[in-house]
Design a protein around this ligand. Structure first.
Ligand code: PXP
Length: 238
């Protein structure tokens, strides 16, 4: 099976820092530690309300981390401008509501093709890989391919909450991605306890995991936690 990459999302290191308004803990230092512990890339979400990652974090992490940077962002003109100035390796377009605690559902690509296509095109023209964070749904996959996305990241939130039938839906959706020419990623709500069936899906080549890893790292340290997640992912592929 293909190698499965782990992107570590360091947003919640910034959440902790912002609780006191200073500089500590620094998401850049967490990103460096995650890479040293075996992470294959770093993911950050610059939200419109800047509740965790801030513009300066994006610049610093982009400038110092050599590993691939995946910038999650809403499909807005402001975020497009920042992405084009920062040039991350990939941008993952996500839906964003100010009232939500986290990204609650997938992006409605099928319903917003005309608005999303120019943003996808502008990012691709700049050499940035473009990912759509979508629910495991044929219409969303087909629309993502049609507007030129390179990647779909399947939203695993409902699976992580134990919703019936979700693993099968994810399996079927992942299985459809090669015929659409899409690379398949997955993420949201993944933990040591639920990662194995997702890591075993052969079409999935990258997982993006944040909240659980950072939460566990508070108790056990980032290096062992990233190391254990990588080991579980590798076992699932074997
Ligand atoms: N992928 C995307 C697109 C996300 O928005 C998030 C949450 O920021 C994640 C992955 C990671 O989710 P979690 O923090 O639950 O691991």
């Amino acid at each position: 099976m293909t190698y499965l990459r782990l992107g570590v999302n360091v947003d919640h290191v910034a959440t902790l820092r912002n609780a006191r308004g200073g500089k500590h803990p620094d998401p850049l230092v967490a990103a460096q530690a995650a890479i040293a512990a075996g992470a294959d890339g770093i993911t950050i979400h610059l939200r419109e309300d800047r509740r965790h990652i801030r513009d300066d974090d994006v610049r610093r992490i982009r400038g110092i981390i050599d590993a691939p940077l995946n910038l999650e962002m809403a499909a807005t003109e402001e975020m497009l401008r920042i992405a084009l100035a920062t040039r991350p390796n990939a941008c993952c377009l996500v839906p964003e509501k100010r009232t939500e605690v986290t990204t609650e559902g997938g992006l409605d690509v099928a319903g917003q093709r005309r608005a999303l296509a120019p943003i996808v095109g502008a990012l691709r023209d700049a050499g940035i890989r473009v990912s759509m964070f979508v629910d495991a749904d044929w219409d969303q996959l087909e629309a993502s391919a049609e507007i030129g996305a390179t990647i779909v990241e399947l939203h695993t939130g409902a699976y992580a909450e134990g919703k019936d039938g979700e693993l099968q839906r994810l399996r079927e959706a992942a299985g459809l991605t090669p015929s659409l020419g899409l690379e398949c990623h997955a993420g949201h709500g993944l933990t040591f306890a639920n990662v194995t069936p997702i890591a075993a899906l052969p079409e999935v080549v990258e997982l993006n995991i944040g909240h659980f890893l950072i939460g566990e790292a508070v108790l056990h340290g980032l290096a062992p936690v990233v190391g254990r997640m990588k080991a579980l992912m590798a076992e699932a592929r074997a």
